[in-house]
Design a protein around this ligand. Structure first.
Ligand code: ATP
Ligand code: MG
Length: 463
């Protein structure tokens, strides 16, 4: 067994109140059945940094099947990494993970316990040294050394109230130093997401990445291109939906990750100076909302991040149908291009589409549609999106003010406000007549290579 430090919770000034009783209950049940049951990872790190942990992970020497048998309300998930979700309530669960060994480690080879609990276990690497399956079980000290950073490798026994530290994790946290466990190049090659995690901990907790480590990340960042799009979808929300989105964006830019994760966005940023302020304003809002415990939805993030790519696509796609059909075709093309990098589920892209689609209606303010729009389940998100567009002058402030004010009105006042809107029918007839007179302008030519805000509305109609 490797050397390890042991601290009492008291000596580290850890406040027990931060750990919910049902989480302690899971550890207790494992221990009563004769297994280890320790809290591990980010929850202990956050706790030591005086932040209330958001999710808890339990480490044990019981195999996933043994854990599954012990907790009725549990299920085994994962391919690359078999873990057990133990349900605490209808919506809430805790992850219980069997101790694993680092691949090819000396301790792995020597560990007698590993053999005992790991007879079906396996490490599988692909030709680039990446771990594609990682189910070699190990001992507690093996498990500490297969974790990514020292700060993430602390264990806590909530029954004995002791912290176990195999990797100088307490010191790393006190110094806010991001220290890779093992050889950084090898660890990044095994799993390039570790680089992204390093950047996230810098954004989230102000961890310091040394010059040497920063250089190594810069040199290896291209490995991120091979990471599974499903994993990157999950990571995206850890980066952008946890109140440090603005900082995450800055850091990803610094390390050239925008181009890898959001290549279309990178291209639109290079061609249109409004894109960066638009995204930054959105991320600032999201950070604020998360800080106030208000809901945030993945679809809004993607609607923002791909908005200008959508405009570019609409301009460049040949023989795109007019109106909604054209919008959906262009949106489909944009999400298909984004997909190889980040697996945005259909249900999410569908809602992003709805937000985009509603922009046109909000701009039109058709008197016959206003009440229906206000009652639409996407109204709130679409209105927020319109406000963001106003910050980069894509729509006039008079329009956003109108939508802001109208939401405050009672029924009678709402009807009055709607009655004051210009009559769309006569407006439509007028514009139809005008279009006929001027011989219908070619929409494709009119919008080609120009940002939509200046030349057309969301449905490609040229004003
Ligand atoms: P947060 O929950 O704030 O995102 P976290 O460190 O808890 O941060 P999780 O994804 O919940 O992140 O992972 C729990 C623990 O599992 C980590 O603290 C770390 O010990 C280990 N871990 C997670 N991902 C990796 C990885 N890619 N390589 C090695 N260890 C990892
Ligand atoms: Mg966690």
């Amino acid at each position: 067994m490797s050397n390890f430090e042991q601290y009492t919770a008291e000596s580290l000034k850890l406040n027990e109140k931060h750990i919910p009783a049902n989480i302690v209950g899971v550890c207790e049940k494992l221990q009563s059945a004769g297994y280890d049951g320790l809290l591990v990872g980010g929850c202990i790190r956050d706790w030591l940094m005086d932040k209330t942990p958001k999710d808890f992970d339990v480490a044990t020497n019981a195999t996933p099947e043994q854990v599954r048998r012990l907790f009725k309300n549990s299920r085994i998930i994962g391919k690359r990494f078999k873990i057990v979700h133990v349900h605490l309530s209808y919506r809430d669960y805790i992850e219980v993970t069997t101790y694993r060994a680092p691949p090819n480690s000396e301790t792995t080879m020597r560990s007698p316990k590993r053999k005992k609990i790991g007879k079906h276990a396996e490490h599988v690497e692909n030709e680039k040294g990446r771990l594609v399956r990682d189910n070699v079980y190990g001992t507690l000290d093996d498990d500490a050394f297969r974790r990514d950073f020292s700060a993430n490798a602390l264990y806590y026994d909530p029954i004995k109230q002791l912290v176990y530290d195999y990797t100088d994790g307490v010191k790393a946290i006190q110094q806010k130093a991001l220290v890779v466990i093992g050889d950084p190049s090898t660890r990044f090659a095994e799993d390039p997401v570790r680089m992204l995690r390093a950047l996230r901990f810098k954004a989230k907790l102000d961890f310091i990445i040394s010059g040497e480590l920063a250089e190594l990340i810069q040199q290896n960042i291209h490995l991120m291109q091979d990471v599974s799009n499903a994993r990157l979808y999950d990571e995206t929300f850890k980066l952008f939906h946890h109140a440090h989105g603005v900082r995450s964006w800055e850091i990803l830019q610094e390390y050239g990750l925008i181009n890898i994760m959001f290549p279309l966005t990178q291209r639109s940023m290079e061609h249109n100076s409004s894109v960066t302020p638009f995204i930054e304003a959105a991320l600032r809002n999201t950070d604020k909302r998360v800080g106030q415990n208000k809901p945030v939805i993945p679809a809004f993030f993607f609607a923002v991040i791909l908005w200008h790519a959508l405009q570019a696509k609409r301009s460049s796609m040949k023989s795109l149908p007019k109106g909604r059909e054209g919008l959906f075709k262009a949106a489909n093309a944009v999400f298909s291009e984004q997909y190889p990098r980040i697996a945005v589920p259909k249900r999410v892209s569908f809602i992003a589409n709805e937000i985009w689609d509603m922009q046109w209606a909000l701009e039109q303010r058709n008197p016959r549609q206003v009440a229906r729009l206000l009652g639409n389940k996407r109204f709130r998100a679409s209105y927020d999106f319109l406000l963001l567009r106003q910050t980069i002058d894509e729509v006039p402030v008079s329009l956003t003010d109108w939508w802001t004010e109208i939401q405050e009105l009672d029924d009678d006042a709402l009807q009055d406000a709607i009655a004051q809107l210009p009559n769309q029918n006569s407006k439509n007839k007028r514009s139809k007549r005008r279009r006929k007179r001027n011989k219908k302008p070619n929409h494709k030519q009119a919008t080609n290579n120009k940002p939509l805000d200046a030349h057309g509305d969301i449905n490609g109609n040229v004003k």
